[in-house]
Design a protein. Structure first.
Length: 64
């Protein structure tokens, strides 16, 4: 995820649904299982489970 995909807010990222293509790379990369989604649809992030490691997840998108 690049900064265009994630909006950082108090350590828990939000997904911009107009830019998320539902590739689910972030779902696979999240070590806490905080991100859920279906192929082709914007993902959702559970703020209770999220540990705010958006920088680690950014590598999931930039690796391709």
């Amino acid at each position: 995820m690049t900064r265009d995909y994630m909006i950082k807010e108090v350590s828990v990222p939000r997904v911009d649904p107009s830019k998320c293509v539902g590739c689910l790379l972030c779902v696979k990369a999240c070590p806490y299982g905080a991100i859920k989604g279906e192929p082709g649809k914007p993902v959702t992030i559970n703020p209770v489970a999220c540990q705010g490691c958006v920088h680690a997840l950014a590598s999931a998108h930039t690796a391709h």
